[in-house]
Design a binder for this molecule. Structure first.
Ligand SMILES: Nc1nc2c(ncn2[C@@H]2O[C@H](COP(=O)(O)OP(=O)(O)OP(=O)(O)O)[C@@H](O)[C@H]2O)c(=O)[nH]1
Length: 354
């Protein structure tokens, strides 16, 4: 049976999740969407706000946050929806789970891998995070949940850009890319955004399109130039650059994001057993702090790409497409996590190369 794609819609309090969802539910895009709402507390206000479809498709979950106490309820809610669909009582082709503004999307995402019943019916499509352009800077400063929601995202949607100027949007964009260079950023104006930017993103698919924003590193340099006028940028550093970047610390003093990303790239193949052992160890030790990681790898003696990705300790690999004739082989990986020992991990990966 075809798996039902599920989207986790997250974003800090008041970011505009419900506004977006409402818009999506109203638009005639051909998708039939079932919604699982998680409200914190007993007042299901969003339920009142959300448009009611002709068929009952909105399942509410209250009295707790989806990421902790009611994960069991989420499993039940997903199970009930799937059963009703099979029985012909409900007709939908996509599920959207709207989390509370304080939810950590990690455990919600993990539900799709950990529970056999859920995994048997659903495919986690993507984590979509709405970011409030007006308030995100301070929210990211003050709340780790806000950083986590950005770190986990497969797609970032900037809301309320009407309330701030272009420079503020650019500065926020640069910060978001530092936290998560993998997630493309789009704007949403009161929830207005093409449906293709929200559903069917397949961000959790293992495919060889590892989208790391190509401007990630150059933007970082650019952002530093903003904040540190005294520093001379006389060369462009790549992520392998061994310089002691004093200006990084300077910059981070402005926004001390605990959650950040780094990228590993190499044009040499990996030794399989060394890499397995190393990654296994890293995940075991740092798993709780590893929000999201993904990679396309060149393994020694393999004529196909190897794809890997994970959330916390849960890591999966798959065989990808063949390396094409004449294609430049290499590996790239991105790690997003909380205070990860970037240098040790990069050095460790280097040691796994042939
Ligand atoms: N100016 C502006 N306001 C917006 C935009 N998107 C949403 N809002 C407003 O922001 C407020 C919060 O939006 P909601 O959609 O309720 O936010 P939410 O993320 O569901 O909030 P919680 O469920 O409390 O976490 C509402 O007053 C919206 O009208 C936008 O693009 N621009």
């Amino acid at each position: 049976m075809k798996l039902i794609p599920a989207t986790i819609l997250t974003g800090f309090l008041g970011a505009g999740k419900t506004t977006l969802l409402n818009r999506i539910l109203r638009e005639p895009h051909g998708h039939r969407i079932a919604v699982i709402e998680n409200e914190f507390g007993e007042e299901n206000i969003d339920h009142e706000i959300l448009v009611q479809d002709s068929r009952e498709q909105i399942v509410e979950m209250s009295n707790g946050c989806i990421c902790c106490t009611v994960r069991g309820d989420l499993i039940v809610a997903l199970g009930t929806l799937a059963q009703k669909r099979e029985a012909g009582e409900l007709d939908f082709d996509h599920v959207v789970i709207e989390t509370t503004g304080l939810a950590n999307p990690g455990p919600v995402a993990q539900t799709f891998f950990m529970d056999d019943e859920v995994a048997g019916h659903y495919l986690l499509d993507a984590v979509v995070t709405v970011v409030d352009a007006r308030h995100a800077m301070s929210q990211l400063d003050e709340h780790e949940e806000a950083q986590r929601q950005v770190g986990f995202a497969d797609k970032l949607l900037l809301s309320k850009t009407d309330l701030v100027d272009k420079d503020a949007v650019a500065a926020l964009g640069a910060r978001l890319k530092r936290i998560n260079p993998r997630a493309p950023i789009s704007k949403t104006d009161f929830g207005k955004v093409p449906i293709s930017e929200v559903l069917d993103l397949r961000g959790f698919n293992l495919n060889d399109k590892l989208e790391i924003d190509p401007d990630f590193l150059s933007d970082e340099e650019h952002a530093h130039a903003h904040h540190d006028h005294e520093h001379e940028h006389d060369h462009a550093c790549g992520e392998h650059c061994g310089h002691d970047h004093a200006h990084h610390d300077h910059h981070h003093a402005h926004h001390s994001d605990d959650i950040a990303a780094f990228v590993f790239r190499s044009d040499r193949p990996f030794n399989t057993s060394r890499l397995d052992e190393f990654l296994g160890g890293v995940v075991q030790v740092f798993g709780p702090r590893m929000l999201r990681y993904k990679g396309v790898l060149w393994m020694e003696d393999a004529d196909r790409k190897v794809l890997f990705q994970g959330v916390h300790q849960m890591m999966g690999t798959d065989i990808g497409a063949k390396w094409a004739e004449g294609e430049v082989r290499g590996s790239k990986m991105v790690f997003i996590g909380k205070n990860l020992p970037k240098e040790s991990i990069l050095q460790g990966l280097e040691q796994c190369l042939v």
